[in-house]
Design a protein around this ligand. Sequence first.
Ligand code: GLU
Length: 472
Amino acid sequence: MSKKTRVRIAPSPTGDPHIGTAYTALFNYAFARKNKGDFIVRIEDTDQTRLVQGAEEEIYEALDWLGLKADEGPKQGGDFGPYKQSERLSIYKKHAQELVEKGAAFYCDCSSERLQKVREEQQSRGQVPHYDGKCRENPPTQLTKTVVRLKVPKEGETSFEDLIRGKVTFKNSDIDDQVLLKSDGFPTYHLAAVVDDHLMEITDVIRGEDWLSSTSKHVLLYQAFGWELPVFAHLPLLRNPDKSKLSKRKNPVSVLWYRQQGYLPEALRNFLALMGWSMPDGKEIFGLEEFVEKLDLKRVDPAGPVFDNQKLDWLNGEYIRKISETDLASTLIKGKFTKFSEAQMKLVLPLVKERMKKLSEFDQLVSYFFEDSEIAVDLLVQKGKTKEETKKVLEIFEKPLKQLNSWEKDKIEEAIKNKQKEIDWSNSDLFMTLRLAATGSRATPPLFDTLEALGKEKTLARLGQVVAKLSD
Ligand code: GLU
C-alpha cells in the first residue's frame, strides 16, 4: 500500500506574511489535494531572536484569505503535534544525543571569540568561512556550554534527486559542520526540519530553491538516523524584473499588502500558479480546481519566474470583471475600499467595472460622479481652440440639455449630436471639452453614459460653472 501524501509549509514568524510563503503554500496545497493527501502548517520559531509579535496570526490570516487552509497545524491541531517547534524542544534534544552516540555529530565547546578568529583567518585567505573541525573528535559526553554539530564526512559527495531539477550533488568538503543544537537548547532549522518532517510523516518536501544547499545537510541527517528520504522538489525563487531575488526594497512582499490594494485572492492565486508553472494548453486564466487537476511538479520550470506586477494587475482586472455587480459592491464595502453608499455604487459600477484593475482604485475612478472638484480651465481648452470659442460652444449645448425631459443616454446623445451640426468641431474636441467640463477628468467611461449617471442637475451646474470661469 502506498503511503498517504503529506506535505507541509514551515514558515518562520519573523515578519509580514511573505508572498513567497503564499507561493509555496499554493503548490503544497494543490499537490496535497491532487494526491488526496494532507497539507500541514508547521511554525518554525526556533530562532527566538527573530520572532515578531503577531506574525504567526498573520500567516494564518494570509492563508485563510487565499483559501489555502491547512488540514493540520497549530490552529487546526492533529495527531502529529505540537506543530510549533518551540513546543518540541525535548524531541530535538533527544535526537541530537542519538546522533552524537552514533558518531554522526559531536559536542563542540568552542567559544564565539575563537570561532570569530577562525572565520576572519579563513576570510583573509580567501576561503569560505566554515568550522575548522577542532572538536570533531571530542568524546560523546556532554560538556557544559556546548553545541551539537553535524560531523560531515570529509570525503565523498552527497546527492539527492530533486523532482524539478533532477540529480543534485554537493561535495562533502563544501558542507559545513553545521550546528544542530544550540547551547540554549534550541535546535537550528536543519535538525528541527528533518526530525519534524520524519516524525510528521512528510512524504514530499516542496519548498523554495533557497533551501537547496541545506538539503545536502538534511540528506546526511536522514542517512545518519537511518530514515527514508522524502521526495524533494525545490521551486524556483520569485524574482524582480531585474532577475534579482524578490525583495521588499524593489517590490511589496507582504501578502496583506496585496489584500489591502484590492487584489482578489483568486487572482493572486492564479498569478502565483503561473510562477514557474504553465498549463499544458497554455491557458493563463484558471481556477484552483483546474490547477489541482493539471499540476505536475516535473513540469515546473526551474528558471526564476519574474514577479510582474503589470501582469498581476491585468489578471486582477479579468477577475474583477467576472464578479457580478452586486457581489462586487459587497466586496468593496466589506473590504472597506469605498466611502460611497450601495446606491451610489449601483449607479456607477457598471460604468467603471471594465476599467478597474484593483479594488482600491474604485473611489478615485468614480469620485467625480459624487464630488465636485476644481476644473482647470487650461486643461479644458483643446489644442487649436480659444477660451472664447470653448465658452461659446459650452453655452450652445447648455440649452438643448436643459430642455431634455428624460435624462437618458440616447436622448442626451441625440440632443448633443443635433446641436453639433451647427458648429464646426470634431467629435474628439467636442466630447473631450464636454467630458472635462462635466467631470474634470480626461479618462471616463463613454461620454453619454457618464452624463446620464451624473444626472441632469449636476451636469448643468458644472457646465454653468465652467462657462462662468471661462468668462473671467
Ligand atoms: N523555516 C523555513 C522558512 O522559513 C522553512 C524551509 C522549509 O520549508 O524547509 O522558509
